[in-house]
Ligand binder design. Structure first.
Ligand code: HEM
Length: 565
């Protein structure tokens, strides 16, 4: 699918020469924490306060409309060009990469799905260099923009169901309502210690169901496996309940229905990303069939979150909870809710906000698992190395709570996950809006400008890798020594930490990232510590990324042969 980047390099260079971007120079300016105003949630806030960031160019910034990119037209944006050059709208890796390959790391184009894009052409600028992301991150202010404001489906849903508090997560600019809810949501969840406290529940839920991998994989139902593994582990964390949908031993019909709702919600949501859908729903303002069906399954999520949370709150009030339920995230949140007037939420609004964690946390984590399983099945030598590490350091693939307290645990597994993120990131990038306006790369961008962030292309650009190496699946490239060897060379760009994971960054970075990381590590370690996984002969030679919901899954779903070690 990916053509050689070097093939496009002359085009990129010519464009750069034409637009004079290679001659840019910057004046360094120190910024104070007050100027930066970064939300307390941002893990980079402390660093930002000390960083010398280039803010103004010495020459008058150029008009952003002169940024290279495909032609754009009112209402349809660059669709004509996309139809010619992009094979399908369901592979956002290719979609992002094609812009990078043709136009370089700053590319202007339009798309009807970008409701927040500029003017009638719905323009945005796609950035592919992590130093550019860093600049956006450093100047987000107290109410940062996030990817959720791009998810117009959720905005429409919140509006149609009259749920303004839920809607606050999807509005731009974000406001005090978002900030209060976000702080509330991430407390007890995002911090390293908080996530470590939740780890034993992830581990237990994984352990209860993991042996079923054998069955799901050999029956050709890996998608069901990853959905259920994600659901079982996240439900343990959120509700302190072990629903065991993997084995169906302890599951209630409503638990199994939620998995179904999740599958269908993501399927219909993926359909609504089609340009024609976006034109009808976003621009012409009527609800299409795909949107209505998506919303019905979202109602299923909502019903589940409402009934399960409120039942748990009632049992808490009557002092009837189990120990795990007492320690679960939702009860911790409820205790703070009872204490804190500041949230100004009702119990039902609280349950709605917690529902976002399901919507944001099921499809994403399951895709991450899928891509890693596929990569290891395709690279038997790497799978063998991982097995040796797991055999030596874990008990049958079980990661103990003591292990995650160590500074470096299971380095090969970590390197595998990093390499899989490089070659097949479930999310190829995201969007960020800039409220105040910003000067960057010699251009001045007006307030409320929309940026696309593409973290796929640089990591797969042959010029940053040794000859012929870019296409190899090589977890070893993320070992400390290899990273050290790249220091001071152009290749070190691939080690930029804003490229290192799929969780976004800044004050809106994924609050579930540590828990999702633990879920993925536990499931992968347990699978590869006890099974050998191979691809069967009926698979095609290649799997394409396919937007099957909020993020890419492999297509077609691979068929596996799984044997007990
Ligand atoms: C591998 C799994 C996951 C990936 C790749 C992922 C990725 C992301 C990304 C890219 C964002 C947007 C960041 C931004 O706008 O700057 C995000 C936001 C979010 N994620 Fe995750 N996520 C994952 C798992 C989870 C889990 C398990 C949860 C919760 C249980 C969760 C909850 C959220 C929420 C609530 C937001 C919205 C934050 C806000 O806008 O303030 N995610 N996630």
């Amino acid at each position: 699918m990916f053509q050689s980047v070097s093939k496009y390099r002359p085009v990129v260079n010519a464009v750069r020469e034409r637009t004079g971007r290679s001659q840019r120079r910057w004046v360094q300016a120190k910024r104070t924490p007050e100027e930066l105003g970064e939300a307390a949630t941002c893990p980079f806030a402390a660093e930002a306060a000390q960083t010398s960031e280039p803010v103004h160019s010495w020459e008058e910034p150029k008009d952003w409309l002169t940024i290279p990119g495909p032609p754009s037209h009112p209402y349809i944006g660059s669709l004509l060009w996309h139809n010619k050059h992009v094979q399908g709208w369901r592979d956002l890796q290719e979609f992002s990469d094609i812009h990078y390959r043709h136009y370089g790391d700053l590319c202007l184009f339009g798309h009807p799905s970008f409701q927040n894009g500029w003017g009638k052409k719905k323009l945005l600028v796609m950035l592919s260099n992590p130093n550019q992301f860093h600049k956006i991150l450093m100047t987000q202010g107290q109410f940062p923009g996030g990817m959720l404001e791009f998810v117009w489906q959720m905005q429409h849903y919140a509006k149609s169901r009259k749920l303004p508090k839920l809607g606050a997560f999807f509005n731009f600019p974000s406001d005090e309502t978002w900030r209060v809810q976000r702080n509330y949501l991430q407390k007890g969840f995002l911090g390293p210690k908080d996530a470590r406290n939740l780890f034993p529940m992830v581990s237990k839920a994984c352990e209860l169901g993991i042996d079923s991998f054998h069955y799901w994989a050999n029956a050709g139902h890996l998608q069901q496996f990853v959905n259920r593994a994600t659901f079982d582990t996240i439900t343990a964390v959120l509700y302190g309940r072990y629903v065991q949908t993997l084995t169906e031993k302890n599951s209630r019909p409503e638990d199994l229905k939620l998995i179904d709702d999740a599958v269908w919600f993501f399927k219909w949501m993926a359909d609504t990303w089609q340009p024609a859908e976006a034109i009808k729903n976003v621009i012409l303002g009527y609800e299409t069939e795909a949107f209505t069906k998506m919303a019905t399954h979202l109602d299923g999520f909502r019903d589940y979150a409402q009934t399960t949370s409120i039942e748990l709150f009632d049992r808490y009030d009557k002092d009837e909870l189990t120990e795990d339920e007492e320690n679960c995230f939702i009860i911790q949140a409820y205790e703070r809710f009872v204490e804190l007037e500041e949230t100004q939420l009702t119990k039902s609004e609280l349950a709605d906000i917690l529902m976002i964690t399901y919507v944001a946390g099921v499809d994403t984590t399951s895709a991450l698992m899928s891509w890693n399983i596929l990569a290891l099945a395709q690279n038997q030598d790497k799978q063998e190395k991982l097995y040796q590490e797991l055999k030596e350091h874990t008990n049958n693939g079980i990661i103990s709570p003591q292990m995650i307290e160590q500074r470096e645990w299971l380095p090969y597994l970590h390197a595998v996950v990093r390499e899989t993120h490089r070659v097949t990131p479930g999310i190829a990038g995201m969007t960020k809006k800039h409220k105040e306006g910003i000067d960057m790369d010699g251009y001045r961008f007006p307030p409320n400008f929309l940026f696309g962030i593409n973290w796929f292309s640089i990591q797969n650009d042959a010029q940053y890798f040794p000859e012929g190496d870019v296409k190899d699946y090589k977890p070893e490239r993320w070992f400390k020594e290899a990273v050290q060897a790249r220091k001071g060379t152009p290749s070190e760009i691939i080690d930029h930490r804003l490229l290192a994971n799929p969780f976004g960054f800044g004050g809106r970075a994924c609050p579930g990232q540590r828990v999702a990381h633990y879920q993925t590590m536990c499931v992968l370690a347990s699978i590869f510590g006890r099974f050998k996984v191979e691809l069967t002969s009926e698979n095609p030679p290649k799997f394409e990324p396919y937007l099957a919901g909020a993020i890419h899954h492999p297509s077609p779903m691979p068929m596996y042969k799984c044997t007990i070690r």
